[in-house]
Write a protein that binds this ligand. Structure first.
Ligand code: SAH
Length: 418
């Protein structure tokens, strides 16, 4: 109600091109924030934060280290190098950091070894479940008190974990809950990995509901999306190290398939091009949300640095380098970016760069608390999808799992207000 009224009162100019398929004029709502203010720079644009606040570093953990470094560190602790493999096996295969469980290690050294190699990184603050229990949102506290969230979701045939890569986010997108508080700090590689290990432990303990009878899926996280808090490519080195550990076979890593891991970005072009060269063929997603710079400049503030065409060129390069079809994320926002001409322009810009290289994922906007913005009407969404599909581009309207526990896309804003 409030949302509809707010938009109606916005007094936004009606763009002559803003028409539905039925030909009626549609308003053009401009992105403005309500209930909070974006920090603006001297140029009047939202401030982007790439540098983190100075904070103490999280403790070094086995998952921060290469295989050689793990052996070296165990040796430093005065133990034979093969103990590193045993520890990795406990952590990556059995999801445990509990010295009591490690009966293959000499009792006298277990505590010291675990303290030195597997220090606690994420302390659970809260866990929220949907009614069906097939979605769990975890709120974690890091060693310095910073808060992050991850969301675990069971789907038929797969279990997906949405992970955070930064505490907060510096990209200042006005429609995203995480962006509102700015960047606190980058997460370490092991803090990123530990979200998966902890989720696997919860699954192994039978805590994720929704399992169908006769379901044969292995009971562990099968898919990871970097769509939690943070901009993964702004924390490049640690995220790429985490990707390597995710795909490294057990017992040294999580043994996941790269194609089941999705890295999503606002469009940091140099980092996209670098990722394309890493030879870890993860799925790549670009959060486009508008095909025209006029709107995207406001919707995704980093568009002031890298324009729509540059971001799309980089996405195309990613496809060429990896052979992996890329995804275009598009949150459908009523009267803001859901106009038929924008669907046509998006399809045109994608087809201009070739066929068969891209998939569009529109998702209804999840309005953040207090926001005047609202999701597009179902008929408008259908028309948007229809137009892109008619241009020959596969398009899947995504669901908004976890809404009732504030666990849906764009809703992650870790506030521990107990
Ligand atoms: N920083 C990265 C990853 C985190 S956000 C990125 O921007 O891609 C993951 C996805 O959720 C992005 O596509 C983002 O644009 C989208 N998103 C953010 N807020 C949203 C909201 N309120 N409703 C729907 N999607 C949202």
């Amino acid at each position: 109600m409030a949302a509809a009224r707010g938009i109606g009162n916005n007094g936004a100019p009606v763009s002559p091109r803003a028409e539905t398929a039925r030909g009626e004029a549609r308003p053009q709502v401009r992105p403005t924030t309500e209930g909070w203010k974006q920090k603006l720079g001297p140029d009047g644009r939202p401030v982007l934060q790439f540098a983190e606040q100075k904070r103490g570093k999280p403790p070094v953990h086995l998952a921060d280290l290469t295989l050689e470094q793990r052996v070296a560190r165990v040796t430093e602790l005065g133990l034979p190098g093969f103990r590193a493999r045993q520890l990795s096996n406990h952590y990556f295969t059995h999801y445990t950091s509990d010295p009591e469980a490690m009966t293959d290690l000499p009792a006298a050294v277990r505590d010291e070894l675990v303290a030195g190699m597997l220090p606690p990184l994420l302390t659970e603050v809260r866990r929220l479940r949907t009614d069906k229990g097939d979605t769990i949102k975890f709120l974690w506290k890091l060693h310095d008190g910073a808060l992050v969230e991850s969301v675990l979701m069971r789907y038929p045939g797969r279990i997906t974990l949405c992970v955070s890569s930064q505490a907060g986010c510096g990209m200042a997108c006005p429609f995203c809950a995480t962006g509102q508080a700015g960047l606190t700090r980058n997460m370490s590689t092991a803090e990123i990995i530990d979200q998966v290990v902890q989720a696997n432990a919860a699954i192994a303990a039978g805590e994720l509901g929704g399992k169908k009878r006769g379901e044969t899926t292995p009971e562990r996280v099968s898919n990871i999306v970097f769509m939690g808090m943070g901009e993964p490519l702004a924390n490049y080195t640690r995220v790429v190290d985490a990707l390597r550990t995710m795909v490294e076979p057990q017992p040294h890593g999580l043994g996941m398939s790269a194609r089941h891991i999705t890295v999503s970005t606002v469009g940091l072009v140099p980092a996209i091009l670098k990722l394309a060269e890493e030879k870890i063929p993860v799925t790549f997603a670009l959060s486009l949300h508008a095909p025209d710079d006029q709107l995207r400049d406001e919707l995704i503030p980093v568009n002031s640095k890298w324009k729509v065409d540059e971001a799309l060129d980089a996405a195309r390069t990613y496809f060429e380098a990896t052979g992996r079809r890329v995804s275009i994320e598009y949150a459908l926002i009523k009267d803001m970016n859901d106009h038929a001409w924008r669907a046509d322009l998006l399809a045109h810009k994608l087809n201009e760069r070739g066929r068969g290289w891209v998939h569009v994922n529109p998702i209804p906007l999840n309005p953040t608390p207090g926001s005047i913005w609202t999701s597009s009407e179902p008929a408008v969404m259908r028309e948007f999808v229809r137009r892109i599909e008619a241009a020959g581009i596969p398009t899947t309207l995504r669901d908004t799992r976890g809404k009732e526990i504030d666990g849906a896309c764009g809703q992650l804003a870790a506030a521990d207000d107990d």
